[in-house]
Design a protein around this ligand. Sequence first.
Ligand code: GDP
Length: 297
Amino acid sequence: MAFDSLTEKLQNIFKNLKSKGRLTEADVKEALKEIKRALLAADVNFKIVKDFVKKVEERAIGQDVMTGLNPGQMVIKIVNEELVDLMGAETTEIKFEPGSAITVIMMAGLQGAGKTTTTAKLAGKFKLKGKKPLLVACDVYRPAAIKQLQVNGEKQGVDVFSMGENHKPWDIAKASIEYAKKNGNNLVILDTAGRLHIDEDMMDELIKIKDEVSVHQTILVIDAMTGQDAVNVAKEFNDKIGIDGVIVTKLDGDTRGGAALSVKAVTGKPILYVGMGEKLSDLEQFYPDRMASRILG
Ligand code: GDP
């Protein structure tokens, strides 16, 4: 389960704190050192860990904790609040165009991150909310990806648009908007091609799609299991093509949690959803406060 090892470590640190009636400054400093170690072991970005611990320290060594009736609880409360803040404080919803206007979402990410699966998961979520999604197969390099989108779209009972492998992705995207207009789809989700690593061609292709159709939201899919690599990928995508939000997949298999904890602070872009399994229903809206509670156990 996500964050298991971090949760266990934090619980031990907090148990120790709570067992002391009064806390000295040295007690708090020692606990903070352990929290720092636990976050680093969870693969949270180094600079973020430093800033995080500094913030907690400033608040904990101040009046609040030292004069509080239950200093241990107070430290835990501060850590909780700062974790929520780190992950973006508020829940961010995907914004739709008003009225019957078509909303276009472009999905981006490295190959294997879970982009195609997540595209179908999202379509199912929005269908339940009354949208009529159209999934668009813009990955022209892997026939298997087109097939996968078709199979998953069918499972979700949503329309899938494909032109095979012999067209440019931006032409497919453009044609899909025309199709959506005729077919009454008010949500178009473009499933773009990923590569094993970031490369110029991939970025250029995404930029070209954005030039050719008006994309309202660009959502990056990253794999939690790849830790800080995923965060670096997010930074690079955001710098190069501009993203609006992130979906962190495979959190169900990630015991460390570093990517989910770092990505908002590094990119400035919120986590919108998290993938919690392979099933098409395994996509959860991201609530920073609930995630913090989950981490603290
Ligand atoms: P793409 O290359 O980015 O389109 O990746 P896919 O959608 O094909 O997903 C790659 C693999 O990751 C597949 O086996 C998916 O079932 C799996 N996957 C995707 N999201 C999740 C998730 O949230 N949890 C788990 N455990 N597996 C996932």
